[in-house]
Design a binder for this molecule. Structure first.
Ligand code: RIB
Ligand code: CA
Length: 305
């Protein structure tokens, strides 16, 4: 099985990504690390533990960076709530505590692995940037970095910038230029992974811990998208990054030379197209077979009981 590390900031869609990763049974999940993004590091890490506890998964959660490399942290409370994961069925608090030194743990896990490790990043790229900057020798042991972030023709914080990149543009610049293979699941594709009533009706029939949690956090998070976007459903952005590593055939991918804007303040955090010699080639997903995606999601939720 593919060895993966999931670096996340749960968050509604990060939680779906975790459920898809665990329920798919497609991975040897070596490590869960958290970074500040949707909410503070403390809240994010508690949310990750609460999701795993609800699912009866005893894995540890390791905390990484508590703030972006240079910017102040700007959380997404409007989307994910004061707790970072609005829910009616998750315990209000967990008895478990997250571990520290998540970035060192990422390094140790990758270097001790007998095969290269895939990093799936579903939050700001602060932890991944610190990993490859602090320990350059790790690059040779990273299979690829598959990330939810950016958008070639879309933004959701500004018209140019998507939240994960916007939260820490300097970290994204480091990661996109570190030399590791980057697979980008940006808004171009995640705005086509939209959960609507028909999908919810199908998931409601599954009746497992996983499906009940999915319905719960969907119901608690759909209001933002209904009020503030004209999307015909709720995008499960982060689950696309996990789905990419389950079955790349789900996606239509373009090989593009992408860099991160870190100077022009109007276009800050833009995942911009540049000339070939100015940036590495990134595999950018532009479309998804949503029906097959939902099939994988439902299979995963059926396994989470
Ligand atoms: O723009 C979407 C991304 O920002 C997702 O990762 C979501 O969890 C938020 O972090
Ligand atoms: Ca996220």
């Amino acid at each position: 099985m593919k060895k993966i590390i999931i670096d996340c900031d749960p968050g509604f869609d990060d939680s779906i990504a975790l459920m898809l990763a665990y329920g798919s049974r497609a991975f040897d999940i070596r490590l869960i690390t958290t970074c500040a993004g949707n909410q503070t590091l403390e809240k994010i890490s508690k949310n990750a533990l609460k999701v795993l506890e609800h699912l009866g998964i005893d894995d540890k959660v390791y905390m990484g960076a508590e703030k972006p490399l240079m910017k102040a942290l700007e959380v997404a409370e409007d989307v994910h709530g004061e707790s970072g994961l609005k829910s009616d069925i998750l315990v209000s608090d967990t008895k478990k505590s997250p571990e520290k030194n998540g970035i060192l743990k990422m390094y140790q896990e990758i270097m001790s692995s007998d095969e290269n490790v895939t990093i799936i990043a579903t939050g700001p790229l602060t932890n991944v940037a610190l990993l490859v900057s602090s320990f350059p020798d790790v690059l040779a042991r990273i299979e690829c970095i598959t990330l939810m972030g950016g958008g070639i023709h879309k933004g959701n914080v500004t018209k140019y910038a998507e939240f994960n990149i916007y939260t820490d543009p300097e970290a994204a610049y480091i990661v996109y230029n570190c030399g590791a293979k980057i697979n980008m699941l940006g808004l171009d594709v995640t705005h086509k992974a939209l959960i609507n009533g028909d999908v919810i009706d199908r998931i409601r029939k599954i009746e497992t811990k996983g499906s009940k949690l999915f319905i719960d956090i969907y119901n608690n998070n759909k209001e933002f998208y209904e009020k503030h976007t004209n999307l015909p459903g709720v995008p499960v952005h982060d689950a696309c990054a996990v789905a990419f590593e389950i079955d790349r055939g789900l996606f239509e991918v373009e090989e593009l030379n992408v860099d991160i804007e870190v100077k022009d303040l109007e276009r800050i955090a833009m995942t911009k197209l540049v000339d070939m010699e100015k940036a590495q080639t990134v595999s950018v997903s532009m479309d998804i077979d949503f029906e097959k995606f939902v099939n994988y999601l439902c299979e995963a939720l059926e396994n989470l009981n």
